[in-house]
Design a protein around this ligand. Structure first.
Ligand code: ADP
Ligand code: MG
Length: 612
């Protein structure tokens, strides 16, 4: 056994550097954190070659004195902690006093820094952690630090670096997270001279989110704001229809620090339960503020993992906070119309062009300037246009209104029929198109309601809210089916669960299953395919807890029992659907996360037709 020796500080720094500075992104993160801790209002990050050859961070923070500037590069040198008890309440991003020591150990550094009360600044040059030059320099207040040739003296680490473009994007995301964590700081990133981020630093979270995630994502988000015990939750979450195939845009911050936490992710996703398609994930920017003694930030070298004293409270705070925000948000999806080019200026536009004519503000001119030919054609169109007709239902309803004596009878009628009342609804059902979408005019909006999605959600909510088990119907003759072996095994194994969902399934021998009972909502012809769907849901094995299982069963039942797009649906039924959708606010998405209602606004239409 060789003799034990204590490692030299340089080797110790290299080892520590391995943890703290994994790649250029981590160096940039530490430097920007330092700038924010120094009270900077503006931070600029410049990178070349993904940060491998050149990384410069400039801030207008408090700067350092000549003496402090040198100490800053020593291991465990920090101005942010004094004694052990300070660790219990950390207000700054940094506190370990390791970053500058670690970064400088594996690179060449130039530092320029100046405090407001000194006339001159300090310039330092370091090679592999050792100061090789020191100077008095003229420079603005604040700190500029340039890191060159990262990992030049640790070839083993260098080998792990990815392509410049990959390193650059990791760096951009990590600095962007800081921009979101600190909306009060304006953060700029220049990659190879090109500006890729510039957050305004106006203190508004939405501005930072907008700058980082872009206009579209920002606009698809709903605001969250809630309190729970000692916790405050603020931020934005995506609407259930604006999800992604991965979790990359789930950003969590705890007391201003970006963290990763399984509990937080789980709580977020729980809030979307029954609103998401399989394999889709919500995005979020959530800031959690809680008393510092309830969270330990000192459990991870790069400080991205933290430990919470009470994970259950944390979970509930996020889950209910997000759920509440989603409930309040409108589920209506704004339709995207192709952008219209502005009209070319054509002074001699023939008057017979209806678009030009209609666009003119004074409608009367339209008729006056029409020539006889055009007018005839126009009149033809008007004559051919379908006229509003009184449907038999409407007529019957009118009659009923006229004879109040017969009105009591109405109460016994099925729900759908009651809808044809003449009380004026704040909307008008225009009709149905493609046997799928109901068109409704409501104020200045045109709504398109997907009848299947709407009905599916209504059924699902009804089934879910029913305190009692789902009402089953006994089949006179059992349905026999022969699913795949694995599937029939799964169905039999889960017979109890299925029974709760209204199915009675038993082994008929020879791989054949007998279905004796199905949910009342389901037509017998749908029984087999519903069970097939359930078997595959159960097989995917993700739904282990009983409520989630029940929900999965209910999804399938609701989906199968709902009226389908493409089917003919009775007018009364459509009216009943519209009424439900427009009067309840729990009907936003079908249980798979597809929107129920899309909106076309008057101004969108006006723009489309170049009226606006
Ligand atoms: P920590 O941030 O954990 O304290 P660092 O190694 O990152 O450790 O920094 C060491 C010290 O150097 C900090 O505590 C701070 O006093 C000083 N420092 C680093 N960067 C800056 C900066 N941009 N502006 C002012 N002071 C800085
Ligand atoms: Mg630091």
């Amino acid at each position: 056994m060789p003799k034990i020796q204590q490692l030299s500080p340089h080797v110790a720094d290299l080892i520590a550097a391995g943890e703290v500075v994994e790649r250029p992104a981590s160096a940039a993160k530490e430097l920007v954190e330092n700038a924010i801790d120094a009270g900077a209002k503006n931070v600029t990050v410049e990178v070349q070659n993904g940060g491998m050859t050149f990384l410069r961070v400039t801030d207008d923070g408090c700067g350092m004195s000549a003496e402090d500037a040198e100490i800053a590069f020593l291991r465990h040198a920090t101005s942010k902690l004094r004694q052990a008890s300070d660790l219990e309440a950390i207000h700054t991003l940094g506190f370990r006093g390791e970053a500058l020591a670690a970064i400088s150990a594996v690179s060449r550094i130039d530092l320029m820094t100046k405090t407001a009360d000194s006339a001159f600044g300090t310039g330092l040059h370091l090679e592999a952690g050792t100061v090789t030059e020191r100077d008095s320099v003229g420079c603005p207040d604040g700190t500029t630090i340039i890191v060159r040739d990262l990992f030049y003296n640790t070839p083993a680490r260098m080998k792990f670096m990815k392509r410049d473009s990959v390193e650059a994007s990791a760096l951009i995301s990590s600095v962007s997270r800081l921009a979101i964590a600190h909306p009060e700081v304006s953060v700029r990133i220049l990659r190879d001279g090109e500006e890729v981020l510039h957050s305004p630093g106006d203190g508004k979270l939405f501005s930072a989110v907008y700058a980082v995630l872009g206009r579209q994502s920002a606009q698809e988000m709903v605001e969250v704001g809630s309190h729970w015990e000692n916790y405050t939750l603020t931020g934005y979450v995506s609407k259930p229809n604006a999800t992604r195939g991965n979790r990359a845009n789930q950003l969590f911050f705890v007391n201003g620090r970006h963290v990763r936490s399984k509990t937080m992710t789980a709580a977020l996703e729980e809030a979307y339960r029954n609103q998401l398609m399989v394999g889709r994930f919500p995005s979020c920017v959530l800031h959690l503020t809680l008393p510092e003694h309830l969270v330990d930030v000192n459990v991870h070298p790069a400080k991205v993992e933290v430990k919470f004293l009470n994970e259950r409270d944390l979970f509930d705070c996020i889950r209910y906070g997000v759920e509440g925000a989603l409930e309040k948000a409108s589920g209506r999806v704004e339709m995207k119309l192709p952008k219209q080019e502005p009209l070319p200026a054509t002074p001699n536009m023939p008057v017979s062009q209806p678009s030009a004519a209609v666009a003119s503000p004074a409608k009367s001119t339209f008729f006056r300037t029409m020539n006889a030919e055009d007018y005839k054609a126009f009149a033809e169109v008007i004559r051919e246009a379908p006229r509003p007709q009184m449907t038999p239902e409407l007529k019957a309803a009118l009659d009923r209104q006229k004879q109040p004596a017969t009105r009591e009878k109405k109460a016994e009628q099925p729900e759908a029929q009651q809808e044809i009342e003449l009380k004026t609804e704040p909307y008008r059902i225009v009709g149905e198109v493609l046997n799928t979408y109901i068109i409704v005019e409501e104020g200045k909006n045109v709504l398109l309601i997907d009848k299947h999605a709407a009905h599916e959600r209504i059924l699902f909510e009804k089934l879910r809210k029913a305190a009692e088990p789902i009402v089953p119907q006994l089949l006179l003759t059992p349905i026999l089916c022969k699913p795949e072996r694995e599937e029939s095994a799964i169905l039999l194994e889960n017979a109890d669960l299925l029974r709760e969902a209204g199915f009675e399934v038993s082994d008929y021998g020879d791989g054949v299953l007998a279905i004796r009972q199905i949910p009342a909502e389901l037509a017998p012809e749908q029984a087999e395919s519903t069970l097939e769907q359930l078997a595959s849901d159960l097989k995917s094995g993700k739904r282990t807890d009983p409520t989630a299982m029940r929900d999965a069963v209910l999804h399938t039942v609701a989906c199968k029992a709902a009226i389908k797009g493409g089917w003919h649906t009775d007018e009364k039924e459509l009216a009943a659907l519209v009424k439900e959708v427009l009067s309840r606010d729990d009907l936003k998405y079908c249980p798979h996360g597809r929107p129920i209602c899309a909106v076309l606004t008057a101004s969108q239409l006006e723009r489309q037709f170049k009226r606006a």
